[in-house]
Design a protein around this ligand. Sequence first.
Ligand SMILES: [Zn+2]
Ligand SMILES: [Zn+2]
Length: 1031
Amino acid sequence: MTARKRTNSGKQKGQPSKRLASGPPTKKPLPVKYTDLIAIHGAVATVSALLQRRGIPTNLKTLKATVENQLGGREFTERHLRQLATVDPESVKLRLQLVQDEHGNSQRELSVSLSLNHDHSKKRSLGIARVAQEIGKLNKNFETRLYDYLSCEFKEYMSWLNEEHQPDDRTSWSSQISLNAPDIPEVALHEESLVQGAEPGDTRSMVAARSGTLQSLVQTDWYKDQVVHMEVENRAPPVYGELKYDLHPKVVEGCRALGIEKHKFYKHQAEAVDHLLRLDMDVMLATATASGKSLCYNIAAGEYFASDSNATALYIFPTKALARDQLQAAAEFFVKSKLLEADEVQPFDGDVEYGYQRKLVREKARLIVTNPDILHVTVLPKHREWKRFLSGLRLVVIDEAHVYKGAFGIHCAMVMRRLLSLCKREYNTNVRMTFCSATVSNAKEHVERLCGRSSIHTVDKDGSAKAARTILIWNPPLKQGAEEEEEDETGWRKKAEVKGSKSIRRSSMFQTARIIGHFMSADKRVIAFSASRKLVEITTKTVLELLDGKGLSHLRSQIRSYRGGYLKTERRKIESALKTGSIQAVVSTNALELGIDVGDLETSVHLGFPGSISALRQQIGRAGRVPRKEASISVLVLMDSPLDQHYGKHADHLFRELPEAVTIDPANNVLLRKHLVCAVAEKSCYSQEDILEFFGGPGIEEVMNLVYSGEMEMEDGGTFRLTASGKKMERNFSIRFIDDNQITVKVQRSGDVLEQIESSKAMFFVHPGAVYLNSGRTYMVKELDYDEGTATVVQVSDNPGYYTSILDKTRVKIISEAEFREIPVAGSSKLPDSILRVHHGVVDVTTTVYAYLKVNILCGQNLDKVKLDLPPLEYTTSALWIDIPPMTNFPELSEDSFFAGLHAIEHLLQSLAHLFLLLESSDLSGWTVSLHDGTGRPQIFLHETIPSGVGLVREIYSKHIESILVYALERLETCECGNTQEGCPSCIQITRCGYYNENLDKKAAISIMKVCLHPKDHLPVFMDQTGKKEN
Ligand SMILES: [Zn+2]
Ligand SMILES: [Zn+2]
């Protein structure tokens, strides 16, 4: 890592070097207390390598005697191991487990693994010499880490140590430095804090031991062992890296202006900059929020600007707001360093005025901060006007790359291909790309699909400092009796979303409000998140009531709600009040999840799992940004949804499993077609080779379809151009949607436009008679006119007292099957004997909204059912379907309950797909049939709702369907709603059910799943796929 000079003054083996590249030089030797740790690390590394070679597990027991021997008889204990892990958590991994000894007694076992830098599968072929070399490297690394740790954590002591002292005599001096040296704390092990399954008393005391605030929280009279998991994250000092690339003095100046010294780059920053500049590679950075990702691309752009006065750079953000947010920081870097003039850094979006202002950007800007939409509608079609900029283009940055998913993601992938192909053929071939992404499980694969390039270097080892945190997973207690109903103010909400359902747990909202109130009264600053605008309002209101009830009315002015829909000025006011500390708490939608600086908050409370692990990390990261002595606290309050309750059972997955994957499918032919027309229009000559290079095989196929349908002509020499009808298609579309036909929601008389909805979605939201909410106001839909493209609404001053819920019917027809496979596949140990067959292919979906219900907001009762006469929605998309054993295998089930069981399973598959993929809840839908007339089998379909699909189902089919099925059965069997038919929102009831959650049967679902996954245990006579008896 860092280049350090070894000095010869070291007396004992393992004496650390004196100079630290990443900090001030150490003049005095370190006390034995610390240098001992280096020796211990060396011994542990050597002994574990030896044990590993012999296939012996490495734990404290197996290591102890030999390590002590190596250390010349000094004692070696658990404490030392925990200190090693504190200093170098990345390479010293400890795991505490309860194991059974030969007498069946539980024993505590601390296992150790040091990440020796070699492939474990090949360890046998590694010679002793290589192993020794690896150990040497590991030790050196540890020394560096120790210095970094000490100079970061014990700043005062280290600077005192390095001052010029005039000790009276050597002995007292060395005893003095030992006396003053602070102890390195022992790492806390998460297994200890895993409270699930612990005695209830333990939960309480373990949480209480963390801090005063938590102690008082678990001592409240409403604490009923809600904490199902406690995750302790230790503070970790930054890891610095050495930059091999020699930076331009102006760039160094720019860094300095931001307070960053050249030798103080985090490891991941140094790695990214080196790969971009020295190795000339595209780079993808997937590290934590606020880990200094933008500095990396600013440095790279700065180097290009400094070395070439014509060089330009393009920063792309998914939204205008995010782009504008980042513009400020970029301008500061480039202008202060004198790399660019102020007017050379420009935003370019829909708000930039036509005429002079836009001309200025075209003629002057060297750094443009923009969004993909404007590239699509303005820059690419008029690229000749942008010749100067495109000819100099050296760097394209795509920040928040994980946001580019679904249809929008594919559109942007197409826009990138158009940009890169245009640059390559007409302007310059030197465009480098940098991506930044939140942690998703397939970041590299995703950005490769996004830009169509491969061999992008991934940087994902985060070197920034970590704050200490305690994260509690909090499951509201089960209801005991009717007397607890009164507190349940979210009841109306649940009823509004999931059919008149009764939650079996106490209100998550109320629990959240109590926790917020508790933190406020403990003088902590709080940021709380909740999924919907309504919940934000009602949570805030409940906190106020609770404060009043506790005689804490003076805190009323200390809490605010925050969400989209508030006026901009109002939002700015709340943001700055938070930042300056003039208010103590805020309850927000995810509007505060990204970007905006809210200052230093100590606690965060999350009402409901926010849909993805990366969003949860993002939200948690809003608290505890400033490292402090006391750990920041985050509490995730689970709701009653399958996803939330799944994490209630598997809370450790939130912290140790891979986050969800983000998927796009650049071969989506609907969108490919549109963008190919643009691409061909943009270039005077578009050859077959170009299309193959940038749009691949599917591109060629689609361009031939366009020729066939008369939108394009192929000229001699294999180039393409648009025909008159092709020209009409050009650019007549928005890249935010897949459907070009939009319905404009207008207020009757005033004509005010409230929203634009894709025509294909209109019948779900603005059918005649629908109660429609917008910005906190309630409207009634009068008319939906597809020909005019309008939905006319009137505002209703009084709450109508009901909401509307549609009933729809879906039919799925299999068009072609791409592939099928049997479950289980190799490696799936939990599905030993399943006989399920899963297919993947193309289907036609026809959905008809045939009626809507008026449902009483308060009691969830159906007031009325109104028939609708709307045209069906038809589209072709990607689907998977599962063959279920025929009904004859379930003699105990009636035809109705068989269907209701399948229907329940379909719901769970839809819900649990969210465990693995970043999804909007409307991206997937399902269909269940007891006997499919095409195949003659009972089947469950899972299909995408975007025409032609974005790759979600293919991903589920190929990677996740086994796990989803296993978790589905587990959810059914463990959900606390017990042995009921109708289930509950934590298992089989979902918000988007065309049957309004009628026709569900949890018990039947369990029987079917058991037979499907474990047929040998649950079928009297084992049948195979075709229903034949097995011999
Ligand atoms: Zn349930
Ligand atoms: Zn349903």
